[in-house]
Write a protein that binds this ligand. Sequence first.
Ligand code: OGA
Ligand code: MN
Length: 411
Amino acid sequence: MKSLFVILSDSFYFKQRGLTEIPTSVFAHINNNVAIAMSDTVTEVVEDNFMKTFKALKRKSPPADLGSVINVDDSKWTSMDKVKQIYPQTVTSTEHEGMIPSSEWSMYELTSVPGAILIRNPFRDKLRKYMIARCYSMYPRLPNVTNHIDSKMSYEDVWQDFCSDAPSDMSVDYIKKLRWVTLGYHYDWTKKIYVKENKSEFPQDLSQLTQFIVHAVLGEEIKFKAEASIVNYYHADSTLSGHTDHSEFDLTAPLISISFGRTCVFMIGGQSKAQVPEALFLRDGDVFIMSRNARMSYHAVPRILPNDSSYLNYTPAFPGDVHTSNIPTDRENCHLKRTYDEKATPCKRIKLESEKFSADLISSLEDADSWSLFRRLLSGGRLNINVRQVFEPGKGPEDYIWPEKDNYIAI
Ligand code: OGA
Ligand code: MN
């Protein structure tokens, strides 16, 4: 595949994002494995190791060898130096009712990509089910934007029909073909920019949840604000090719990615495709944080795994809906854990039945029939909720010069 991107007025585009050092005005991807970057001063040939790994892991026949994919559920990997177990930066003054206590989260940082952090499913089942139900039943509704942008049907009607005893082919097809939803600032996929006027209110449940995660893992002094999100609906054959997320004005705030459903192989490398990437499994309920160095790393999803146990120790997404967090056993010596236990003042708790969560939806999911609809929807695929902060702390839309659509043309 050949592609050529020409960035006009490159200094404008990059300066708005604080990237003044990028001298290159033309990038030409000559073939799959070699990228040549040209400018007045630089001519550099680099090997595209990211693409090489992506192709190897994506291969269907003969089937890709997944033996090199980091599997933190297997002690062989955690005893190697590819990942190190990490502990919360601070003891949170708040706990989240929908999650196991943050002092018990199993967290791993990739040695080769500092700031890339995996949290093995910290969700309690109630919140996990709630988030899945929100992704299918609520987030695709107006004013949020979906890939069915040109459709005349409202998602509310589609969903109502889909939940009826005899859903029409049209609504079944509509939901099957749902690929993405954007929340908050809506991403313009063709121009790769956010547009000032194109935004809707960010869902409070997701905003509160991601802020809690950032506080628990990176420290409460970090003022993370969820301002944009892409919810990806993956199917058995879906892949997501290598990219960096660089359209936000703040490129230092962490990216928070939450996965539900089938396990995928996730790849993450460096800020250049020359760096050999690592691959790891992301499973049902896992949270992945791209902070610090990892914020601008190339990443991709080369493969969604089948919903059975045909790959090593991988846990099926729905083994009778059993919560599958693996709590580490070596925490006795962890100072943070002791501090937490001895805390005199009781924690504030984020309650699920607050106005920020839809109490009706939560209680309806206790009914096995209503959950089984979502369970069936997700059993064939994978959901990924990717949450971003768009602006620098304390700043808002008025503090920036927004790119004009004519300044960035992809051909
Ligand atoms: C994205 C993304 C990763 C995933 O949506 O930008 O990188 O795990 N998603 O699906
Ligand atoms: Mn991404």
